[in-house]
Design a protein around this ligand. Structure first.
Ligand SMILES: [Mg+2]
Length: 194
């Protein structure tokens, strides 16, 4: 029998399609129709450039819309919820580690539960800087950790945890193992425990 694993997940753009959701909101708010093809090939995580915004303006718009970006109908990636529910049912421990600001942490937790993600209160972490995630990941002694963000992943290169990149247009330069679709996770775990 497979032994029980501790798996940690970033949320935004790892389990849920937050940037794409925000991209649609930007089009709506700015009265634009920037094509999704442009979104799909963005070389950086930030989404404001195709709207003709500077970094500062982009930052302002993001902060202005943050409630809508975080707490409306952002879709989960295909099979993310089912995959995590299955892992939870199989007795694995699921941890969430998001650098969303502290003031949004509890609402984010409630939102994730509403969407159907299996969340235990003591296994939900938020409000840290990107570079601080590594400390939590070490303390929890996770077996697996999944994230999309290069600056986070780069802090984990020397850790014993199995780190996987959620594939995105802005992280293709990294050579870590990569997951494109959440249905691959079961196979990955089976392969590793052989
Ligand atoms: Mg992320």
């Amino acid at each position: 029998m497979e032994h029980e694993m501790k798996l940690g997940f970033d949320i935004d753009d790892t389990l849920i399609n937050l940037r794409k959701h925000a991209f649609h909101l930007y089009n709506k708010k700015l009265g634009k129709q920037v094509s999704i093809d442009i979104f799909n090939s963005l070389p950086r995580l930030e989404i404001h450039e195709p709207f003709g915004l500077s970094d500062e303006e982009g930052n302002q718009l993001w902060n202005q819309l943050i409630e809508e970006i975080y707490f409306t109908e952002c879709p989960a990636f295909p099979d993310a919820i089912d995959t995590l529910q299955q892992l939870d049912n199989d007795g694995h421990e699921i941890y969430y580690i998001t650098s969303r600001p502290k003031q949004y942490g509890e609402r984010t937790k409630a939102w994730m539960k509403e969407r159907g993600f299996p969340v235990e209160d003591a296994r939900f972490f938020y409000g840290m800087q990107d570079e601080e995630k590594v400390k939590i990941i070490q303390q929890l002694q996770l077996d697996y950790y999944f994230d999309d963000k290069p600056v986070v992943l780069e802090t984990l290169l020397n850790e014993s945890v199995h780190v996987y990149i959620k594939d995105q247009s802005y992280n293709r330069h990294l050579t870590l193992p990569r997951i494109e679709h959440w249905t691959e996770l079961k196979e990955i775990m089976e392969e590793d425990t052989k």
